[in-house]
Ligand binder design. Sequence first.
Ligand SMILES: O=C(O)CCC(=O)C(=O)O
Length: 265
Amino acid sequence: MNLKEKFNNDGFVILKNVVSTDLIEQAKDLTEDIIDYFDHTDTDPFDQFFMNHRVDQGTLYDLYFRHPEFQQLATHKGVIGALREIVGEDFFLYENSLVYKPKGKKNAVPWHQDFMNRTDEPSKFIIWVALDDVTIANGALKFIPGSHKNGFLPYFQVKGETHHTRLKLDGVDLDNYIHGEMEAGDVLIFHHLVIHSSDLVDVDEPRRAYRFSVQGFKQLFSPRCVPVVLSGGRPKAYKNASPRIINKSLLKKFINKVGNRLSNI
Ligand SMILES: O=C(O)CCC(=O)C(=O)O
């Protein structure tokens, strides 16, 4: 099976040894600084543009725009090459964050699909660049292979949590999961509809992954900031692209966002 066939079959693939140790060490060092800084303050100089980091829940947001070190990971030749095989030539950065499991906190992530409340948007492809070895002990993701083929499933939301959208479990077969174990520098790519979760852990070994999602040109909308083209984007792709907000719920979200920005000026 080639990469695309394996991805289509399972809903995820892990690529070994893609990103060099230098780039991984650089990102880890920076991550330590960011967490240390935001452990001691609520003041974020970028807060009118980006989501606030949640060091209590292990999510640092919008690092691509804040730190060139993470741009190097998202635009890495090996990562973009693999994505081209799976997604096609033209895609842009939809959103990005860094996910880890703070010790001593409620760090389990219950079963879910990503973007479960965005049923009217095109498919997204989520990429994890492992900064540490990701093991069962430190909280590897668990996947139900092939579950992306069943489309969006019913969900409920828990307010205030970073991973707020959760799968309603009735009738969902969760027995045959696989752990996505990785070594630092490996890259995981998964479909946003594949069912996944991770367990509560309480170990000293960190599990940090730079996580970003991409979307094809079918709908040029990014929930924060602007669509940053990561691959292709030559005018021949424009015929597939809708630069407009094409449905009412997106239009409402967009108007609210602009309204909030204006009222803060
Ligand atoms: O950090 C975790 O364990 C879960 C992250 C997750 O669900 C995701 O990357 O989509």
